[in-house]
Design a protein around this ligand. Structure first.
Ligand SMILES: Nc1ncnc2c1ncn2[C@@H]1O[C@H](COP(=O)(O)OP(=O)(O)O)[C@@H](O)[C@H]1O
Ligand SMILES: [Mg+2]
Length: 349
């Protein structure tokens, strides 16, 4: 949280001449840390085996020089590689031939989601990758019934919610929550974090004030926010902390499925690692399933059990997190992988 960027390092520590050498050392350490903390083409880390390295800041009280070290957090809960909560093959979500259309300016129709079918098992993380504009957000918004489908089925825990009325959707809405790319845009700037979370609980029928307080305090602590976060306002937090608020808002309702639409795409690489590590822990603690959307193949490769590749509104390939990367079948998947920075070097090496 609030890790200084390289630039800040110079500004904070770079004033005195005698410290200059130490400053450069610290700067290099931070740069090295950044590289180590970021996911890249050559990294085959997977959440089931390891957490991502995070950068830790140390301040030497004698010299006042800040130093940086890579730190790999130990899992606080045991992570299972494959979901065991549901019987094998049991789907939490089953999407069949889902279609979402938008009217175009010329009076035509854009098939933004064009016949998509897939399942998510309880406890599973399914990754969804594809370049900008391929329909990832439209798919997630349709699953959440923020946009109405033009056709198809969205079977959640045995009920098709594709055509349910708003009233009938309400109990279901609590169970499927969303985390957005830009938490700031989705947090009301005029309300304290406590108010934001409390209104979510009120809407979903948590009538006891004491219970609301307890649940808010517990979830804020669990997502790693400071104790006084509840009475502060969204603009008082860093980007990573705001995403923690967004995650708290989704989880305070104790959902079963969380749809994360580019949740780390707007964050620095070092903060990305912290948030990804947190999401892995929370999934285990709360028994969640994730649909994790990203345009970044390396992120999805780390966090997902299975990966779906989307192109022009359709899922063109689905595979395990390893197979998609090592044995891509579809030409579009191969072109996505080839476009990841560092892939050519890796192959040449
Ligand atoms: N509200 C909307 N009205 C009309 N067209 C839209 C709307 N939202 C998205 N689109 C179009 O639908 C396609 C898919 O967009 P989107 O789902 O945002 O893709 P992604 O999230 O993969 O970048 C794009 O061509 C986009 O321009
Ligand atoms: Mg999008």
């Amino acid at each position: 949280m609030g890790r200084p960027r390289g630039r800040d390092v110079r500004r904070r520590e770079g004033r005195g001449g005698p410290h200059l050498e130490a400053v450069c050392r610290a700067f290099d350490a931070y740069t090295r840390g950044l590289l180590g903390a970021s996911l890249h083409a050559g990294s085959s880390l997977h959440y089931a085996d390891a957490r991502l390295p995070e950068i830790q800041t140390r301040l030497d009280p004698a010299t006042g020089v800040r130093d940086f070290a890579l730190h790999v957090p130990l899992p606080t809960s045991k992570v299972r590689a494959l979901p065991v909560r549901a019987a094998a093959g049991e789907s939490l979500l089953s999407v069949q031939d889902l279609r979402t259309d938008y009217p175009t300016r010329g009076g035509g129709v854009l098939h933004a989601v064009d016949g998509v079918s897939f399942d998510i098992r309880a406890g599973e993380t399914v990754g969804l990758v594809g370049e900008s504009g391929c329909g990832k957000s439209t798919l997630s918004r349709t699953l959440l019934r923020l946009v109405n489908p033009a056709g198809g089925r969205i079977v959640f825990d045995g009920t098709d919610i594709a055509l349910l009325s708003e009233k009938a959707l309400k109990p279901w809405r609590r169970r499927v929550q969303m985390v957005f790319q830009d938490p700031y845009a989705s947090l009301n700037p005029r309300r304290s974090v406590f108010d934001i979370l409390e209104s979510v609980l009120k809407v979903h029928g948590v009538t006891e004030r004491e219970e609301r307080r307890n649940r808010i305090a517990a979830i804020l602590e669990r997502v790693g926010l400071p104790a006084d976060a509840a009475r502060r306002f969204p603009n008082e937090f860093s980007g990573g902390q705001r995403q923690r608020i967004g995650i708290a808002r989704a989880l305070v309702l104790r959902p079963s499925l969380v749809v994360l639409d580019e949740p780390v795409s707007a964050l620095d690489v070092s903060v990305q690692a912290q948030i990804l590590n947190l999401l892995v822990e929370l999934k285990e603690d709360f028994g969640l399933s994730y649909l994790f959307i990203s345009h970044d193949l390396s992120v999805v490769r780390y966090i997902a059990d299975r990966v779906m590749v989307m192109n022009k509104g359709q899922i063109v390939e689905t595979g395990s997190h390893r197979d998609i990367w090592d044995r891509p079948q579809h030409p579009y998947t191969r072109s996505l992988i080839a476009a990841v920075p560092g892939v050519e070097q890796r192959k040449a090496a």
